[in-house]
Design a protein around this ligand. Structure first.
Ligand code: PEP
Ligand code: MN
Length: 375
């Protein structure tokens, strides 16, 4: 399907799709990882309110990896947040993980709730929260599960929607892995939120660069990337003196640093009204479409050759999969990358798929009738 000429939304339809999260500009949520003391909550809010953020965040019950660490101030912290809301006219959101958390959050006037990454992984638990939220109409943001599973993420979102909630959004906070060698606390795995967006284009997706980065010097870069990927908003952990924070100290930034980041962020549009740009894009895309048609024809030809190879292997009683041949393909395609300037990992990934399909066809020819060849 081609979207090149999707007309710009008229002002009227734009107004109609406005919702809690769709404000027409990036939705900014900021505040400390944890509500530590009344003074810390009020001070952070007093510094954030002038920045015009959309919502204040603070952890009231903290899901800590190991026991014995600070687990949040609970109901008392909700009182501070209620006070903050009244003093600074600042909407607030907290993480809920138990039905009792929801009851208290509603009692103290929370404007939105979020479901933490460690809760999203458990469908029984998510369902219990969704059942508790029935009829409340409160906006809910669902963080991705800690494991890179887009279905589990979508499934949790669907459970809240099925409970009748209409303001459901997603938060991308990265995925845990054994090593943080590549420099992130949680791997962004961008193809996963992109897949979520592909499946649910209308869904609001907020990026949480703080939990992805794990350290403050990468927050700006991840935030910009998220906006360039068409995310709708950002959730950034902010503390008046980050080094003294009781939780997630390394990744928190001051409200002044947040202000600098927000000033420098480039907000791009999905579409443009500029005719010149539209014509240029359409021209390049026509060339691209022609190349794509050639690529498909070439893949089809390659599969025909694979089937011929399969016939020969069958006559000679040879295996479909020959590891030495796969190594040869990796080598020759990688060498071509050196010449053509393509990324080797990308090409090897692509060829893994092509080779897999080729082997599947050969197995079928060798007599594995149960293999399904989709044509
Ligand atoms: C948090 O936002 O402070 C938090 C605990 O997040 P996550 O569920 O992403 O770990
Ligand atoms: Mn945190």
């Amino acid at each position: 399907m081609q979207f090149h000429y999707l007309p710009h939304l008229s002002y009227h339809s734009y107004i109609c799709i406005m919702s809690f999260f769709k404000t027409g500009k990036p939705f900014i949520i900021a505040g400390p990882c944890s509500a530590e003391t009344r003074e810390q909550v009020l001070l952070t809010a007093s510094q954030l309110a002038p920045l015009g953020i959309n919502m204040f965040r603070a952890g009231v019950w903290k899901p800590r990896t190991r026991p014995g660490s600070f687990e949040g101030n609970g109901e008392q912290a909700l009182q501070w947040l209620q006070e903050t809301k009244q003093l600074y006219n600042l909407k607030f959101t907290i993480e809920v993980a138990e039905p009792e958390h929801i009851e208290l959050a509603l009692k103290y006037g929370a404007d939105a709730l979020w479901i933490g990454a460690r809760t999203t992984v458990n469908p029984f638990h998510v369902q219990r929260l969704a059942d508790t939220l029935k009829g409340t109409g409160i906006p809910v943001m669902v963080k991705n599960p800690v494991n890179p599973d887009v279905d589990l993420w979508v499934g949790a979102i669907e459970r809240f929607e099925a409970a009748g909630l209409t303001e459901v959004a997603a938060i991308h906070r990265g995925f845990s892995g054994y090593s943080s060698a590549v420099g992130y606390r949680n791997q962004p795995n961008w193809p996963i939120p992109i897949e979520l967006k592909r499946r649910r284009p209308e869904l609001t997706i907020v990026c949480d660069p703080s939990h992805i980065s794990g350290k403050r010097n990468r927050i700006a870069e991840v935030a910009q990337k998220a906006l360039d990927m068409h995310f709708d908003g950002l959730m950034i952990e902010t503390h008046p003196s980050p080094d003294d924070a009781w939780t997630d100290a390394k990744q928190q930034i001051t409200p002044a640093q947040l202000s600098e980041i927000l000033k420098k962020l480039i907000v791009r549009d999905e579409f443009t009204n500029d005719m010149d740009t539209q014509v240029q894009l359409e021209y390049i895309r026509q060339l691209m479409d022609a190349v794509d048609a050639e690529i498909i024809d070439l893949i089809a030809k390659r599969m025909e050759l694979s089937e011929k190879v399969g016939e020969v292997k069958k006559q000679a009683n040879m295996t479909a999969y020959q590891p030495s041949r796969w190594r040869e393909i990796v080598e020759t395609t990688s060498e071509r990358c050196d010449v053509s300037g393509l990324d080797k990992d990308f090409i090897v990934d692509l060829y893994e798929k092509i080779h897999h399909e080729s082997i599947k066809r050969q197995l079928y020819i060798l007599g594995n009738a149960q293999i399904e060849i989709k044509k």
